[in-house]
Design a protein around this ligand. Structure first.
Ligand code: PGA
Length: 253
């Protein structure tokens, strides 16, 4: 079975004491994950050591970064590289979140470089894609997302692409309380998988985990995750509440 993943994206939230309380609550509930399941916590970079310490010993729990720079080192003030993250044990890195694409002008080609940097550390990129509302209203979301994938990922080898986790996040559903219906999620997830099947092979496409993101919460996670091509979620707001996120972890297939 493909990896089923509940990934928390804390974004730029919480003080260190709030982060500490949330991590303690998560660790205390510690859901039992099976071999094919993972819980991933993309916390603000300065809380990575704290999260690593608090979640230590929990099976299939991983601390992640929300971003990295494509270069390994150098004069890039304020940035953090994939090898630096690997050196502190962080092997999952969210790339290309729509907020970074929009507010920090991250382009498809820049994200291709970041993906290469993460893969060359043997780490896992959680690569975000997804359309804005205008594109959804025009009904052209499939080709919009396909272009994002082609431009940033199609240069990868078969072996590399199976190491990438995709997070499909329709921008109109992020932080808005509006969720794609489980049918809408299934439809575009199946399309994304078919894009990889056409470029690589069905066998390769079947190995790629595709997460849904956008207003996932305890009350809708089970239904969304039950769709055949939805392999978990990337969760913002609801990941800041321990009971909500634990319920989301427990909703994994
Ligand atoms: P949300 O955010 O769950 O708050 O909608 C999801 C995300 O941006 O990853």
């Amino acid at each position: 079975m493909r990896k089923q993943i509940a990934a928390a994206n804390w974004k730029m939230n919480l003080s260190i004491s709030e982060a500490s309380i949330l991590l303690d609550q998560l660790a205390a509930t510690s859901p039992n994950l099976s071999e094919h399941q993972e819980a991933v916590f993309a916390v603000p970079a300065i809380y990575i050591p704290l999260a690593t310490q608090k979640l230590d010993g929990l099976n299939h729990f991983y601390v992640a970064a929300q971003n990295c720079h494509p270069k390994a080192n150098g004069a890039y003030t304020g940035e953090i590289s994939a090898p630096m993250l690997a050196s502190i044990g962080v092997k999952h890195i969210v790339l290309g979140h729509s907020e970074r694409r929009e507010y920090f002008n991250e382009s498809d080609s820049f994200l291709a470089e970041k993906t290469n940097a993460v893969l060359s550390e043997g780490s896992t990129p959680i690569f975000c894609c997804g359309e804005p509302l205008t594109i959804r209203e025009a009904g052209t979301q499939n080709s919009f997302v396909e272009t994002q994938l082609i431009n940033s990922l199609f240069h990868l080898s078969e072996e590399q692409i199976t190491k990438v986790v995709i997070a499909y996040e329709p921008i109109w559903a992020i932080g808005t309380g509006k969720t794609a219906s489980s049918e809408q999620a299934q439809e575009i997830h199946a399309y994304i998988r078919s894009v990889f099947a056409t470029k690589y092979s069905q066998a390769i496409a079947d190995q790629i985990s595709i997460l849904y993101g956008g207003s996932v919460k305890a009350s809708n996670a089970k239904q969304i995750f039950s769709q055949p091509d939805v392999d978990g979620g990337l969760v913002g707001g609801a990941s800041l509440i321990a009971t909500e996120f634990v319920a989301i972890i427990n909703a994994l297939k």
